[in-house]
Ligand binder design. Sequence first.
Ligand SMILES: [Zn+2]
Length: 245
Amino acid sequence: MTPVLSALIAATVALGGWVAGWLTAGAAVAATAIGMSVLTGAGLPGLALLGTFFISGSLLSRRGTPGARRTIAQVAANGWAAGVGGLVIPFAPSLGWAVLAGGLAAAQADTWATELGRHSRHSPRLVTTGRTVPVGTSGGVTTLGTVAAGAGAVTLALVAWALNANTSMVWMPIAGVGGMLVDSLLGASLQVRFVCPACGAAVESRRHCATPTTPVRGLRWMTNDTVNVFGTGAGAAIAALAAAR
Ligand SMILES: [Zn+2]
């Protein structure tokens, strides 16, 4: 697809996401850039994969936290590999498609695991130690969430297969679940955790009870979004290695 047509379609969809309350203005700009790159490199099958991820993720997370818009950091963390893949496709089609599809499969697996895993009747367990943790804790996994991750990645692989995209039906789900696992492992180990000085709660945000929180463990720069950057990258790397065999 030509870059101009790609930019028009991507901007229209991103504007729709902003109007619908799914995206902040900055997130809409990032989504436009990623969409333009994916459409230019991967055409309609690329648009279908990106659209499946964007719409399913937005609908699922709207049910979880109504009114919350995706930020620019969240969009970039989930979509950066797809954007890079789109840029690579004209020069190395198999590699570019693997990075695009593997990155999106990981983002989709993680989003579905997070949003659907909330509804588990069992408490999540930390992926590293097996200790029971409160719902929403980074690195906490449930059986329901893990099944949802696989279902999300398989759904994306089916869309790719139906449109005859240059991807692997076998490796896309593996890359998706693998990326989600890296995400959980980093979330359980290196992700920064805070304590609220006002109420004493262990939290994952920099502010709580209208006061700045204190970091207590993990790496200061390893936020939830940074963890997502690595998870998406792991999915892209697994698919790229498989394509290079
Ligand atoms: Zn507090």
